[in-house]
Design a binder for this molecule. Sequence first.
Ligand code: ADP
Ligand code: MG
Length: 273
Amino acid sequence: EVHVEFDGSTRVITVSNQKGGVGKTTTTVNLAAGLASVGARVLVIDLDPQGNASTALGVPHSADVPSVYDVLIEEEPLADVIQVSPESPNLLCAPSTIHLAGAEIELVSRVAREHRLRTSLETYLAENHVDFVFIDCPPSLGLLTINAFTAADEVLIPIQCEYYALEGLSQLLGSVSMIQKHLNTKLHLSTILLTMYDGRTRLAQQVADEVRTHFPEQVLTTVIPRSVRISEAPSFGQTVIAYDGQSTGAVAYREAAVEIVARGQQQSTEGAR
Ligand code: ADP
Ligand code: MG
């Protein structure tokens, strides 16, 4: 039984990739559950109107449920929308609802439209301690994602080990440096996680090698395998950690979680340049 010590600080990590279907949500919820399973207190903020992270954490998110929409648009306190996942008392979720789909447009005319998540998160963290905040982003680079970038210190990019993996990545890194310059000097790419890895194919190995060559500092040693158990878990409203804790996918996500703790918050972004 692994138990990890935490130093009392809060790491705010946004999980981002401009592509859909690359494993952002799967990575968010399973790393969060993996960290909770080793004793961390973790908050997941679901910023994707699809609400897949809320679903996977077993948290209700029908239209009438108070959600991140109310935080961003109505300025409700984050504490008032946070729910505890049935999986663990250490695993919290600020759910998304369908209303969030409209927030992208509604935010445009609001005051401090790029900072609203950061402001509410700061207020929350002044009175509540969590060791990690994970923000699950939609696949676009709109105002919701900008709010995530502005609220976070770290960017974690999940990369699917397939041919087009690196395509579009320079656009994402360009956005990160633009945010860093204009809105949030602390933001940096801290972590890359290779996912849906099929070690039997040469292509997956080649892509993994290429990503490690470009980003030697950021890529985790742990790789997430392609696993049916991982893809089944959300339909039971569970992370793979709870659904099948002995499966290869659960073991890998727990290892990745421990590695993220051990590496700490890396300040260097040299590998990204
Ligand atoms: P995103 O949030 O980037 O759109 P998801 O996390 O929803 O991507 O993943 C896309 C699909 O791939 C989902 O159906 C998910 O269950 C599946 N998936 C993600 N990671 C794995 C994995 N390691 N093995 C098998 N299926 C996976
Ligand atoms: Mg998603």
